[in-house]
Design a protein around this ligand. Structure first.
Ligand code: ATP
Ligand code: LTN
Length: 333
C-alpha cells in the first residue's frame, strides 16, 4: 500500500499516567521503525473506556499521551500520530470482525480474565470484545509489525488468527501482522509486588515509576522497592525484585546482567538502588523537558491530532471499503 514500504503500528491507552513499563516495553521502541517503515501510532481512547474513566482526566491524558509520543522522539512529520476516536473506521471494522471472532477465543484472553477480576462490578461487553477493536486498529493499516510489551502478544496473535480466517474466505484482504516484543523491556514489574506487571492503573503510586516523576520521587521509589534478604546484586531465579531492578538498569544503560553484577560486586542493595534511580531519572529528564514544551502548546497538539487523523483516515477508508465490497455490502458512489 505504501510503495512497498512495511508498516509499523501500535497504540497506548490514555488510561493513566504513563509508566517506565510503557516507555521501555513500547514507546521507546516505536522510533526504531521511523526511518524504514511507514509508522502509525495511536492514542486508543476508545479502548480506555472499557473501564470507567473520569471525562476530564481522559481528555487531558489524550493530549498528554500524544505529547509523550513526540517527547519520546516520534516526529509527526515522519510518522502518523493520531487519536482512535477521530477515525470512525476503527469501530466500523470492529463490528465486521466481531462476526469473524469466536466467543471461545475471546474467553481465553488473559487480559480479559485479569480485568474482569479487577473490575468485577463492570464486566461489560466492550471489555470482552476489546481485542477485536485492537485487531481492527492493526488490520486497517495493512500492518507488518506491532511493537508491544509481552502482555499484548496474545492479542496480536488473535489478530493474526482473525486476519487469516478472513483471508481464507476473502483472499488478499489483510496483511498478517507480526508482534515485536523487545527482549529487554518486555515486562517491567511492579516495585512493590515484583511478580506483578507494572501497570499505569495500579492504585499504589509507589509500585510504579511514572515517566513524568521528578528525580527525587524516582530515587525514593527505587529505594523503597521490594527486594529480598540477600545482599548480593545477582540475577537469579526467585530474586524477582532484584531481577526487575537489574532489567530496568540494563534497559537504560545497555549493560548485560554480567556487567551489572561485576559493577556492583561487593556493594549492597542500597548503592545499586540509588544507581538505578539516578540512571532512570537522568534518562527521562530530556523526555520530560520536551513533554513540557509540547504540552505548553495545546493548539499545536490539536493541529497534530487533526493532521494525523486525516492521514490515518485516508488509509483506513481504503481498507474498510475493500472489506465491505468483499462482504457484499452495496457501495454507493
Ligand atoms: P492499564 O494499566 O490501563 O491496563 P498498561 O500500563 O498496561 O495500562 P497499556 O496502555 O495497556 O498500559 O500498554 C501500552 C503499551 O505498553 C503496550 O504495548 C504494553 O504491552 C506496554 N506495557 C505496559 N506495561 C508494561 C510493562 N510493565 N512492561 C513492559 N511493557 C508494558
Ligand atoms: N491493547 C493495547 C493497546 C492497543 C494496541 C492497539 C497496541 C490498542 N490497539 C493496536 C498495539 C496495536 C494495550 O492494552 N496496551
Amino acid at each position: 500500500m505504501f510503495q512497498n514500504q512495511k508498516v509499523s503500528y501500535s497504540g497506548v491507552q490514555p488510561s493513566g499516567n504513563l509508566t517506565i513499563g510503557n516507555y521501555l516495553g513500547a514507546l521507546r521502541n516505536f522510533s526504531t521503525y521511523s526511518e524504514d517503515y511507514k509508522c502509525l501510532y495511536c492514542v486508543v481512547d476508545q479502548h480506555a473506556i472499557t473501564v470507567r474513566q473520569v471525562p476530564a482526566d481522559l481528555r487531558r491524558r489524550t493530549y498528554e499521551t500524544l505529547a509523550l509520543y513526540m517527547a519520546c522522539g516520534l516526529d509527526p512529520e515522519k510518522v502518523t500520530l493520531y487519536v482512535q476516536s477521530h477515525v470512525h473506521e476503527h469501530t466500523e471494522l470492529a463490528w465486521i470482525l466481531n462476526c469473524f471472532t469466536m466467543f471461545g477465543e475471546l474467553s481465553r484472553m488473559t487480559q480479559f480474565k485479569d480485568k474482569s477480576a479487577k473490575h468485577a462490578d463492570n464486566i461489560n461487553a466492550g471489555l470482552f470484545t476489546y481485542p477485536v477493536l485492537m485487531a481492527s486498529d492493526i488490520l486497517l493499516y495493512q500492518t507488518d509489525v506491532v511493537p508491544v510489551g509481552i502482555d499484548q502478544k496474545q492479542h496480536v496473535e488473535l489478530c493474526r488468527d482473525i486476519a487469516t480466517r478472513f483471508n481464507a474466505l476473502y483472499p488478499d484482504t489483510f496483511t498478517i501482522p507480526e508482534p515485536i516484543v523487545s527482549k529487554s523491556g518486555m515486562k517491567i514489574m511492579s516495585l512493590s509486588e515484583p511478580t506483578k506487571k507494572m501497570s499505569k492503573s495500579d492504585e499504589n503510586p509507589n509500585a510504579v515509576v511514572y515517566i513524568l516523576d521528578d528525580k527525587d520521587t524516582i530515587i525514593r521509589k527505587f529505594k523503597r522497592a521490594v527486594t529480598d534478604s540477600d545482599t548480593e546484586v545477582r540475577f537469579a531465579p526467585g530474586k524477582d525484585g532484584i531481577n526487575n531492578l537489574m532489567s530496568i538498569y540494563a534497559c537504560f544503560t545497555g549493560k548485560s546482567m554480567e556487567e551489572i553484577e561485576a559493577e556492583f560486586a561487593g556493594k549492597g542493595y542500597g548503592d545499586f538502588k540509588l544507581a538505578v534511580g539516578e540512571t532512570c531519572a537522568d534518562a527521562l529528564a530530556p523526555v520530560q523537558q520536551r513533554f513540557a514544551q509540547y504540552m505548553g502548546d495545546k493548539a499545536g497538539l490539536e493541529a497534530q491530532m487533526k493532521k494525523g487523523a486525516e492521514e490515518a483516515s485516508y488509509i483506513a477508508r481504503r481498507t474498510l471499503s475493500k472489506v465491505e465490497k468483499k462482504l457484499g455490502f452495496v457501495q454507493l458512489r
